[in-house]
Design a protein around this ligand. Structure first.
Ligand code: SF4
Length: 216
């Protein structure tokens, strides 16, 4: 069984899959409470769904891309891993988002694991589980939400002190798109630094079109 908040079809707003039409499975519950969280509605469960039923729903939906998000999906790790394995067998291209505070060890490397490192603006800097550093692969992506210059400094220190570039993963910098000043600053900083950072405006916040919700 999996506790779900919602299923919807929309554009991927984050990661290197950004811009691709994607079916989102939003799992309920989270172990953090970030100041800027825009998905607190997922903290409560709308429906507990049998794994087999969920697999059928996703298989039948005409979307090669599937993103498992939350909340914090890794709180339901056992059924989550089963779900991932079945969907990969069906040919789906899966990404899983996580807030970085729970071990990713058991999450199959066949999926794109998009791992947050919480910056000071979240209220949860320091929540990253350092054990996860040893499991990061080149297919994974590390994401920092940047709300101000202190967040950027924190991110750069984290990358340097933990040798993140040596893992070969993609490093995503996502500015608070509602703040033009930090967005402009990030553009200039990334271009000027010549570092391998990917500028990731929050695409999903720019889209006015409503997602297509699937009945639960
Ligand atoms: S980890 Fe994500 S879902 Fe959880 S509180 Fe933070 S922003 Fe919200």
């Amino acid at each position: 069984m999996l506790n779900l908040s919602e299923i919807f079809y929309s554009f991927q707003g984050e990661s290197t899959f950004m811009g691709r039409p994607t079916l989102f499975l939003r799992l309920s519950e989270c172990n953090l409470d970030c100041i800027y969280c825009d998905s607190k509605h997922s903290f409560t469960t709308r429906k507990t769904v049998a794994l087999a039923d969920l697999i059928d729903i996703v298989r039948q939906y005409d979307s090669p891309y599937v993103c498992i998000t939350g909340g914090e999906p890794l709180l339901q790790k056992t059924p989550l891993v089963k779900l991932i394995r079945e969907l990969v067998k069906s040919g789906k291209i899966i990404s899983t988002e996580t807030n970085g505070s729970i071990s990713i060890k058991e999450i199959p490397v066949l999926v794109k694991r998009v791992i947050d490192v919480k910056t000071p603006s979240s209220g949860h800097s320091g929540s990253f589980l350092t054990e996860n550093l040893q499991y990061i692969t080149p297919y994974d992506e590390i994401k920092f939400l940047i709300f101000d210059r202190q967040d950027l400094e924190y991110a750069e220190n984290f990358i340097g002190s933990n040798k993140i570039e040596e893992t070969g993963c993609q490093i995503l910098y996502s500015p608070n798109t509602e703040d033009q000043e930090i967005t402009d600053y990030m553009c200039k900083w990334i271009a000027g630094s010549k570092k391998n950072r990917i500028f990731q405006p929050q695409l999903h916040k720019l889209i006015k079109e409503q997602p297509v919700y699937i009945d639960l």
